[in-house]
Design a protein around this ligand. Sequence first.
Ligand code: ZN
Length: 557
Amino acid sequence: MKARPVALAFVASATVATAESRGVPDLAQLRSMTARFAPVEITADVSALPHNERQALTRMIEASRILDSLFLRQVWAGNDSLLLRLLEDDSPLGHARLHYFMINKGPWDRLDHDAPFIPGVGPKPAAANFYPAGSTRDEVDAWLRGLPEADRAAATGFFTTIRRAPGGGFAFVPYSLEYQGELQRSADLLREAAGLTKQATLKAFLDERASAFLSNDYYASDVAWMRLDASIEPTIGPYETYEDGWFNYKAAFEAYVAVRDDSETARLARFSSELQGLEDHLPIDPRYRRAKLGGLSPIRVVNVVFSSGDGNRGVQTAAYNLPNDERVVEKTGSKRVMLRNIQEAKFKATLVPIAKVALPPSEQADVSFDAFFTHILMHELTHGLGPQGITVNGRATTVRHELKEANAALEEAKADVTGLWALQQLMDKGVLDKRQERAFYTTFLASAFRTLRFGPSDAHGKGMALQINALLDAGGFKVNPDGTFVVDFAKVKPAVAALAGEILTVQATGDYAKAKEMLATRAVVRPEVQRVFDRLTGVPVDIEPRFSTAEELTAAR
Ligand code: ZN
């Protein structure tokens, strides 16, 4: 799963007319739609890598490039021929269409409910190109349910397409056959990379993944990916199933080729050693604290050199949690990878301009990427704190089970606000520099508006609406007469602790009614917040990366 909210209700409607009202966009409209993605150069420091590792990295980038065309074909059978047509159109409108096509990896606007932006293109097929053209979901579903168990497992699996069988009916085709040409070329490059690297776990992953591309058995390579411990961190293969709008069965190809961020990794280790101490002081009734925290899923902080396919379309991924294959997760757990330089690019392109609107000039200098990223790290770690397995009326259960559809938003709000509480604890303890205090709270306030822009249907957006309203009600945040927001430093600390305690207690008691009530009354956009949104229309929604380091590496080959 990836952290990339797709529901952007506020922004899409504020900046561009909706699909119904505008028809196919003209040149000016296309340009303003494209401007929602700020062009940025993505660089990563690879100077510490020895020559052979840099060569291996270059092969991985080349292997990943191949997945771009593969993904285009997975999204829609017509993408290849449409792309050729767009490439031949030398008019300004043709260029604008090609540009936006490349951002969206297809002719549908991913920021605007997949509205087509090229004439003659119908609605985005929910089946993508995973199921036979002209078939219906019901037909395929009936066929799937009639299959013997082993066949059904393959046909509903991540790594097969469904096609029409020669004698009528349907058949499943393994990716290794469906995409044979591309996967063979990509596997060759991964093997070359494996031959170049001196890092054992990296070599193991590259070899295993190359084999998987040809055998269609990804299990061993997923396990090898979990064991990766190297200066280069590649994620390359078929992973996420969002593109399969029928069943969410089929995995789309993507790649993130990244290098490990050693100083952030060290900081993460330092925070991790503080977690039990934080749990022991959580602002809840002591009987709800856990005497011994469970093992934490590994977290990696990396800088992206190159991404492709499903990993580079529309809104950029900031972090992901993989693998998705439950068999692997049961055996090895999953790993969270945080893309630091992507987050920094998003911070500069979107959060800094948001702060200029949402905060008065006197506070804007306190907004810093370091504070932003430190809080994100803490947010991730905080997911591992607090109640998880709980007892309700003598019955053993889990928070997730008890809070049902209210759980996701509340859990995100918990990680945010308890993460902020934890940063204060670490400052009080001297683990973090106390001079960062203003930066932490003010950056949190500015980034609240960024998260809220993702809209109330997103768990993060809903959780943030709850927080901003709770902190406004408690006086920790204040609205100036000119509509800007500020932190009240005397009131914000107890307000943060109180909200963290309130959420954690609802979780500890599995109080579904209270959870629903909190979201219904406070996870809403109030007029004072809406007034800020109304002034954010010119601020980009996200970034359009250009991978400069990858270009240099592959040009030098
Ligand atoms: Zn989270």
